[in-house]
Design a protein around this ligand. Structure first.
Ligand SMILES: [Zn+2]
Length: 219
């Protein structure tokens, strides 16, 4: 067999050390190394340089795995949390978020009963809350009138706990009765969606509320 040049052997050495050479190549290198001191030396040096002990490699992989696991845990926690928030939001939206019932002639009727008691009837299925202002003087067409602004709210669905929480919302009793002293004062009742907080914050005013209000009862 023709002697193989050392340079060729040394070219193959890295692959040989990695163990990725064919059996024939391996045998060829083995044979050469047996009698060539120069290549033996080279082999020794290369092996030290190329060979990374397993225990040195391991921490890197473990670290990556740990990081991944941590990330996975955070992701799954986050998704559980997000789901919980969405469900809670949906629940609040369905049972507690109150929206204003738009005015409709057929739904609301204000009546002064015989005993001088002003009553608001609601003919819808059910409502969540009756909102009404204390009769307050407002100048309308140059005339000072005690006005009460009212509106009703509803929720998307009736919560089973709602009747327990709110004793004034009896589904069979759809009337709102003003207190006697208030009844006496009221000159007019307007239906309008208002937000006292906005008025306090000066983002809205009673004048502008009056502008969009619907007169539903007058003395
Ligand atoms: Zn050699």
């Amino acid at each position: 067999m023709k002697e193989i040049k050392c340079t060729i052997i040394q070219d193959i050495l890295p692959l040989y050390i990695d163990g990725v050479v064919s059996q024939d190549t391996k045998e060829m290198v083995d044979q050469h190394l047996q009698h060539c001191e120069k290549c033996q030396k080279e082999y020794g040096t290369m092996k030290r340089e190329l060979y990374i002990p397993a225990e040195n490699k391991a921490p890197i992989i473990q670290k990556i795995n740990k990081k991944w696991r941590k990330k996975k845990i955070i992701i799954s926690f986050a998704s559980v949390f997000a789901t919980a928030i969405i469900l809670l939001g949906a629940y609040l939206c369905i049972f507690y978020y109150e929206r204003v019932i738009p005015y409709s002639k057929n739904l609301f009727k204000i009546e002064m009963q015989n005993d001088n008691q002003l009553v608001s009837h609601y003919y819808g299925k059910s409502y969540a809350t009756f909102h009404g202002t204390y009769p307050s003087p407002i100048v309308i067409d140059g005339e000072k009138k005690n006005v009460s602004f009212i509106f009703y709210t509803e929720t998307i669905a009736d919560s089973p706990s709602r009747s327990l929480i709110n004793y004034e919302k009896n589904l069979n009793e759809q009337d709102y009765i003003w207190k006697f002293d208030e009844s006496e004062k009221i000159d007019a009742v307007y239906y309008v969606d208002y937000d006292v907080e906005k008025i306090v914050a000066r983002k809205d005013s009673w004048d502008s509320v009056l502008e969009r209000a619907v007169l539903i009862w007058e003395k």
